[in-house]
Ligand binder design. Structure first.
Ligand SMILES: C[S@@+](CC[C@H](N)C(=O)[O-])C[C@H]1O[C@@H](n2cnc3c(N)ncnc32)[C@H](O)[C@@H]1O
Length: 279
């Protein structure tokens, strides 16, 4: 690590940042405009670069996410534009996308809908990691939609600014896979969330009714409408909600309702299938 990144890591650690080493490398590489792998080749930074590093360090210690300082977030193989007003994609979601890619790989028909698309991380990964996908994504927040449009420009994805409840009526009964990372934090937990989450991720991306399951109930209704018989739905949920989320899909008439964990072993997403008549 360069001297500047080493010193910054110490400052971030003293400031209470949870990942001081990686964040210091990210910030210094961003200011220098180089790939992190080249930091070892840098002996010293200019006074101007040091001033910029100090400014960003102060903002990070004050609680701004490092992704807002650099303007980018990483998700699977994607580099996405992010900033204030859009949810920062989380690594927990990557494994659900891996599950979806595996299922799509088993099918020849690949019409996919993403609800609650935010920055477009999920759709971007699907668009770039598997071929022959007819992809459609919806996002209700105009600010988030701006990031979605920028991140998916030129990838042939249909993007809609609107409420997922009414999205894509023209696709009813024709979709092979629906995927969503919806808002799922109970409103009652708002006062207890860490300030770096509440102050920097939009409320619309986080909270979903008193019990945190409002959006997942809508997802089940939309999936019933959009999916063809035998098609699949995958939704992320709060780690304390897995039995309740599974119940939402069973009550909505889905079959093969299956719990999944994320890479840390926490309950993280549920999948289900649209029933096939007569089976
Ligand atoms: C948890 S974020 C997920 C964003 C992105 N899919 C990801 O994983 O990074 C949830 C997103 O759902 C959007 N959203 C909330 N309610 C919605 C609705 N009724 N219709 C469409 N999008 C909605 C929010 O604006 C936010 O961008």
């Amino acid at each position: 690590m360069s001297e500047a990144a080493f010193r910054l890591a110490g400052e971030l650690a003293n400031g209470g940042c949870p990942s001081p080493g990686p964040e210091a490398r990210t910030i210094v590489a961003h200011v220098l405009g180089i790939d992190q792998s080249r930091l070892v080749l840098i002996d010293r930074v200019t006074a101007q670069q040091q001033t910029r590093i100090d400014e960003l360090a102060a903002r990070r210690v004050a609680g701004e996410p490092v992704q807002h300082l650099t303007g980018v977030a990483y998700f699977r193989h994607e580099t996405l534009k992010v900033g204030p007003g859009v949810f920062i994609p989380r690594p927990e979601t990557e494994i659900m996308v891996g599950w979806a890619l595996d299922r799509l790989g088993e099918r020849t028909s690949r019409r996919v809908v993403e609800l609650c698309a935010g920055s477009g991380a999920i759709s971007a990964a699907i668009a770039s990691e598997i071929g022959g996908v007819d992809l459609h994504a919806v996002e209700v927040d105009p600010v988030a939609f701006g990031y979605l449009s920028a991140n998916l420009a030129g990838r042939g994805v249909e993007l809609v600014l609107g409420d997922m409840a009414e999205a894509f009526p023209d696709l009813d009964g024709t979709v092979d896979l629906l995927i969503v990372n919806p808002p799922y934090v109970p409103e009652t937990l708002r006062p207890f969330l860490p300030s770096d989450v509440v102050d920097h991720d939009p409320g619309l991306a986080l909270f979903s009714g008193v019990d945190g399951l409002e959006a997942i109930r809508v997802v089940a209704r939309v999936a019933s409408r959009l999916l063809r018989p035998g098609a699949l739905v995958a939704t992320e949920h709060d780690d304390s909600h897995q039995p309740a989320a599974m119940e939402v899909f069973r009550e909505a008439g889905f079959v093969d309702v299956t719990p999944h964990a994320d890479l840390t072993g926490r309950p993280r997403f549920v999948t289900a299938a649209q029933p096939i008549a007569g089976r």
